[in-house]
Every structure is written in structure tokens, then in C-alpha cells.
Ligand binder design. Structure first.
Ligand code: ADP
Length: 164
């Protein structure tokens, strides 16, 4: 029975991420959604907020039976600590491929016991990213088709706080 870990910034989680989680959940007997504490991009939400938002969003989407965790440092160490066999990632446009390819090969060099598994985005989410959601939200746009309502509320609260 395989255990997988789905790492990401999740700043915040979107319907595109949720679609990947739902599909990965069907393939793996155990799935961890792992929020990276210090992503290479500077996040809008703290790691604690991103974990809470991710948990609420997955509950709202009716996805149970998985764990949301956070990690700092090397992904492969986190994967080892949780006895994972696979690393799940999502692929959208061409632009994702280069980065994901590099990460997968680097992770294999560092730890050959993990297999990287890629899920192709759903057509309707192929241009959806956390950055787009934040940008639309920042200018007061409606993001209700991109994220669950709990995420929308968290974004509103955060942006109001930042503006005050
Ligand atoms: P990271 O900073 O690690 O790329 P993200 O939260 O941006 O973290 O993304 C985590 C993973 O989810 C990545 O593999 C990314 O390609 C994938 N992903 C993000 N948005 C989507 C989407 N709309 N459809 C499919 N995969 C996605």
C-alpha cells in the first residue's frame, strides 16, 4: 500500500490543488498534503495559516482521510519521516514542466527510493494558480470559482488586515 506526499506552498490552496488531492487520494492509501514553511516565493499567509486554510478547504470540499502537515527544509527528509513512497505534483502548462522536471531529477539524485508522480491538471484549472487568485482578490475581484468559500473569506480577512 503506497503512501504519498503532496508538497506545495498552498498560498492559498485553490480548486486546482484540490482536484489533484481528490485524484491522488484515490490512488494512494495514505496521503499527506505538506505545506512548505519557507517557500522560494514570499507567502501572503504564514505557514500556520496555510495549514489551517488547507484543512478547512479540504473539509469544505468533502475530502477526508488525509493529513495536512507542514515542513521546513528538504522535502525528501519530510517524505522519509512520514514513510512516503511517492511525491505527488501537478502539471499545468509547459512552464511547470521545466521546474518540475528539475525538482524530480534532483530529488531522485538525493533519494532514489521516492517516485515522483505527476497529475495533469483538469482543463478548467489549467490556468489557475495561487498567484492569480491573490492578484484578483487584491483588486476586489470575485474568486469564488477558483477557491472554496473558506479560502475566499481567509483572503478577504488577510487583505483587509493588510490594508488597515
Ligand atoms: P510550489 O511553490 O511548490 O510550486 P504550489 O502551491 O504553487 O507550490 O503548487 C504545488 C503543486 O501543485 C505544484 O506541483 C503545482 O504545479 C501544482 N498546481 C498548482 N496549481 C495547480 C492547478 N491549477 N492544476 C494542477 N496542479 C496545480
Amino acid at each position: 500500500m503506497a503512501t504519498a506526499i503532496y508538497p506545495g506552498s498552498f498560498d492559498p490552496i485553490t480548486n486546482g490543488h484540490i482536484d489533484i488531492v481528490r485524484r491522488a487520494r484515490k490512488l494512494f492509501s495514505k496521503l499527506y498534503v505538506a505545506v512548505v514553511a519557507n517557500p522560494h516565493k514570499s507567502p501572503l499567509f504564514t505557514v500556520e495559516e496555510r495549514v489551517d486554510i488547507t484543512k478547512a478547504a479540504l473539509a469544505e470540499a468533502g475530502i477526508n482521510g488525509l493529513e495536512v502537515i507542514s515542513y521546513d527544509g528538504l522535502l525528501i527528509e519530510c517524505a522519509r519521516d512520514h514513510a512516503a513512497n511517492a511525491i505527488v505534483r501537478g502539471l499545468r502548462a509547459n512552464s511547470d514542466f521545466e521546474y518540475e522536471f528539475q525538482m524530480a531529477l534532483t530529488n531522485r539524485d538525493l533519494a532514489s527510493e521516492f517516485e515522483s508522480v505527476f497529475f495533469m491538471t483538469a482543463k478548467k484549472y489549467s490556468f489557475l494558480s495561487s498567484s492569480i487568485v491573490k492578484e484578483v482578490s487584491m483588486y476586489g475581484g470575485d474568486v469564488s470559482t477558483f477557491v472554496p468559500s473558506s479560502v475566499e473569506q481567509a483572503l478577504r480577512r488577510k487583505l483587509e488586515k493588510k490594508a488597515s
